[in-house]
Design a protein around this ligand. Structure first.
Ligand code: ADP
Ligand code: ZN
Length: 795
């Protein structure tokens, strides 16, 4: 067993010990490179994936980083031991001071995945590794360290030793340990308990260790496993016999699993078509082969119900989501790491679960944009899942009722992608009634608009009287704005596309409004076509009637106020995923499930939580809010939202009704969704994406830069653009570059934000561009730069 010593101890020792080994370390906090360090022989060996402590930077402050590589060329095993001084002269390397982990936290496969993420998503390796291992694990949350004493002498010598010892307490301690050894084969006794039984202080033990009769060691033990909160109890499952579609699909998936080769299956089936049942069966097939599986779900879908459904079917299961305490998370992770779990169910980051021998990854609701992480590393959970499956020669199942265009396109163009369909709902539940409300008919004033239309308010009243419950969905972001003339109802539209333009409130100070980029006066601000990315200036007055425009903002706070005014006695709660911690959120869902809340208002993510039998009314406050976001995926999202709600309600005997409020009733996404015509929608949408060089045909990357000083920001952006242009010319890359231009939200807090958007026909082209950019010195003047590859929105 290796001994771990404190860094203080080492500082003396290191000067004398030779340092024949060299490792490469990636720090979380440091720049986009890794650093070489010498390892004193005394603490060797170090493994890739272990964390080490090392002096870093000019002041040699001790930092913790991951060992990411070992220089195999040194030392030469046949070479004589050199002295540390020789080594230092030769390598001039700083030295590791400590090894933190007993075992690597990241195995070879995950290390390879981390490197891929670092390359693909343009993120320093140290930051990727930091994200791969939960902080609860690194902190050792819920872990107790216990100190043990044990005998180091041979059994035959014990009696003699006891006889020779002079101290009474020393004799006593050795005999206790001997008894323990007779009972347990292992003499180790927990130190505090031992001292108590022997009724003495530490002194006698210390003596014994000096005489090398007793040794002290530390063991870390996890606190007893805290149970996962079990919120909504479910009945035990009845025996399910697969229907024909399901059986055919399962056979096909099993065949892939049996092949032992990497492949991806898109399981495209409406809600309640029995996809989850198939995931479970596929996992069973994988476990039978002695392999393990990961199931990824969007955070919101990880309700106790879902967790329980899997727990009922698998014995060794671990759960990872934000509703767990740090200690629980660590326990779950350790359980996985020590192979006590072979099925992991969790949110996005569970894709990094340290499972060995992975056979299957399931990504449910694969189209969900919440799989994209919006802080560095900005990875997409689905795409990382596919990569991990590839590295492990595992199979990957992507499930959705409304698959992403990316995945559909992959099924057409890539041979290891395979599309399977489940066209029918298992139990033929009735679809809920869908009601379209044309919001243009409602009262609009210069101040804004009522978020709850007359018909919806009417129905809410009835629902409350019947003691039933309602869910109101509002778009996640509160700042979606669009320009609307209250008197003549004119809206600004794109000259290229038949869509309403999004207004970007101009918070740039007046003196800055004469943009150095466009050289034009910005009037009241920019409007951007989220669809083709064209921008226009917004006139101050309506061109038709000459009156002032109204800016319509739809925020969740406004909704809450309106509800309080109209339904003062109703119990209303708001779930706001931006501001809410996981635990609160689970609690609120539970309260709602138990009838302590009448109206639950929240983001569209709630659409996935609609398993509540007493919910008979769902209102989509504005089906088109996402249509006003500067986001070319807006149509896709709108379609997904409406069909999701349609699929989720009507799960009980009480008939459900859905109100879809919209300003754009003629919008194709809305019309297709109300008809439930996904294929029709996809056909239209793909045509458009192709003509605009947008994903899934072309790839995107967004470089967003921010600073408090607008001039400085513009200068840095210009320099960034020049750098990009130089690399593009040098490497002869085929790309479209737009910008720098103000980002959709052009000011956050006091930071101005600008964007450069890169479009390329191949992911590899974008990779080459950023590899080039990473090799260059940073832009001057220095401003904050965020690089987002395959962005899910362009805010
Ligand atoms: P999805 O994941 O596509 O929404 P699920 O697998 O959750 O569908 O199935 C919906 C419901 O139907 C679940 O309650 C499930 O237990 C049940 N179910 C699935 N397959 C069958 C089947 N073949 N026969 C009866 N019930 C089934
Ligand atoms: Zn347009």
């Amino acid at each position: 067993m290796r001994k771990y010593q404190t860094s203080n101890l080492f500082e003396q020792d290191i000067e004398e010990t030779p340092c024949r080994y060299v490792i490469r370390v990636a720090f979380e906090s440091a720049a986009d490179t890794e650093f070489d360090y010498a390892v004193p022989d005394q603490i060797w060996p170090v493994d890739v994936g272990q964390r080490v402590e090392a002096p870093f930077g000019r002041n040699n402050k001790l930092h913790i980083g991951f060992c990411v590589d070992i220089d195999k060329s040194r030392p030469d095993p046949s070479a004589p031991l050199r002295s540390a001084q020789d080594d230092n002269k030769r390598y001039k390397l700083k030295k590791i001071t400590k090894i933190i982990d007993k075992e690597p936290l990241v195995d070879a496969e995950l290390m390879e995945l981390a490197r891929w993420i670092s390359n693909y998503y343009v993120c320093p390796l140290g930051q990727v590794l930091a994200a791969i291992v939960p902080s609860a694990v690194k902190r050792g949350a819920g872990v107790k360290t216990q100190t043990y004493a044990y005998l180091t002498i041979k059994a035959a010598d014990i009696d003699k030793t006891i006889h020779e010892l002079r101290g009474k307490k020393q004799k006593l301690i050795v005999s206790f340990l001997q008894e323990q050894k007779a009972l347990n084969k292992d003499s180790a006794i927990e130190l505090q308990g031992l001292l108590k039984t022997a009724d003495c202080g530490k002194e006698p033990v210390k003596r014994l260790t000096e005489k090398r009769i007793v040794k002290i060691s530390q063991k870390t033990i996890l606190k007893s496993l805290p149970a996962i909160p079990n919120e909504m109890a479910l009945k035990p499952p009845e025996r399910i016999v697969l229907n024909r579609d399901q059986q055919k699909t399962l056979d096909s998936i099993k065949e892939k699993i049996d092949s032992g080769r990497f492949g991806v299956t898109l399981l495209y089936g409406v809600t309640d078509s029995g996809k989850t049942e198939l995931y479970i069966r596929a996992i069973k097939a994988v476990l039978k082969k002695g392999k393990s599986a990961i199931v990824l779900l969007p955070e919101i879908a990880l309700t106790a119900q879902t967790v329980q459904r899997f727990s009922e079917r698998f014995e060794k299961i671990a759960v990872m989501h934000s509703g767990l305490t740090a200690a629980q998370r660590n326990v779950q992770w350790q359980k996985i790491k020590s192979s006590q779990a072979d099925v992991v169910i969790g949110a996005r980051s569970a894709v990094f679960a340290p499972l060995a021998n992975l056979g299957l990854i399931v990504v449910d609701e694969e189209h969900e944009s919440s799989y994209k992480q919006d802080t560095a590393p900005r990875y997409h959970g689905r795409d990382v899942a596919i990569k991990r499956a590839q590295l492990a020669d595992a199979h990957c199942i992507l499930g959705s009722a409304t698959p992403s265009l990316e995945t559909l396109a992959n099924c057409q163009s890539k041979k290891h992608f395979n599309l399977l369909r489940l066209p029918q709902r298992v139990m033929n539940l009735p679809m809920p009634e869908m009601k379209l409300v044309d919001m243009r008919q409602s009262n609009i004033t210069q101040k804004g608009i009522n978020l709850i239309s007359e018909p919806l308010a009417e129905r809410l009243k009835v629902t409350l009287e019947r003691k039933e419950q309602a869910i109101l969905l509002l778009n996640r972001r509160g700042y979606s704005n669009f320009v609307f003339c209250p008197s003549c109802r004119y809206t600004l539209r794109c000259r290229n596309c038949d869509v309403t333009l999004t207004f970007h409130r101009s918070n740039i100070p007046r003196r800055d409004r004469m943009s150095t980029i466009t050289g034009r006066h910005m009037h009241s601000g920019y409007a951007i076509c989220h669809y083709c990315l064209a921008q226009t200036l917004v006139p101050e007055k309506c061109p038709l009637c000459g009156k002032g425009f109204a800016m319509i903002g739809l925020g969740s706070q406004r909704l809450e106020e309106e509800l309080a005014k109209k339904f003062p006695t109703a119990r209303v709660s708001r779930i706001d995923s931006d501001s809410m911690a996981g635990k609160d959120y689970y609690r609120m869902l539970r309260d709602f499930g138990q009838g302590r809340i009448d109206i639950l208002a929240g983001t569209q993510m709630l659409a996935k939580g609609l398993h509540f039998p007493n919910v008979t009314l769902v209102g989509i406050i504005s089906a088109d809010t996402c249509l006003y976001l500067p986001d070319f995926r807006a149509n896709e999202r709108t379609f997904q939202l409406i069909s999701q709600v349609a699929g989720r309600t009507g799960r009980s005997t009480k008939k459900g009704i859905v109100f879809v409020q919209t300003f754009l009733p003629e919008q194709q996404a809305i019309a297709y969704a109300l008809k439930g015509d996904f294929d029709g929608f996809i056909k239209e949408e793909l045509k458009h994406r192709k003509s605009c060089n947008l994903p899934p045909y072309w790839r995107l990357a967004a470089v967003t830069m921010r600073d408090m000083n607008f001039e400085k920001l513009e200068a840095a952006c210009k320099q960034m653009r020049q750098k990009i242009d130089r690399i593009v010319a040098r490497e002869k890359l085929k790309v479209n570059i737009r910008g720098p231009m103000p980002a959709a939200i052009n000011r956050i807090q006091r930071f101005h934000r600008m964007q450069i958007i890169i479009q390329a026909p191949e992911a590899a082209t974008i990779q080459r561009l950023f590899t080039g950019l990473r090799a260059e010195p940073p832009v001057r003047p220095a401003v904050k730069v965020v690089i987002d590859i395959d962005p899910v929105n362009l805010l």
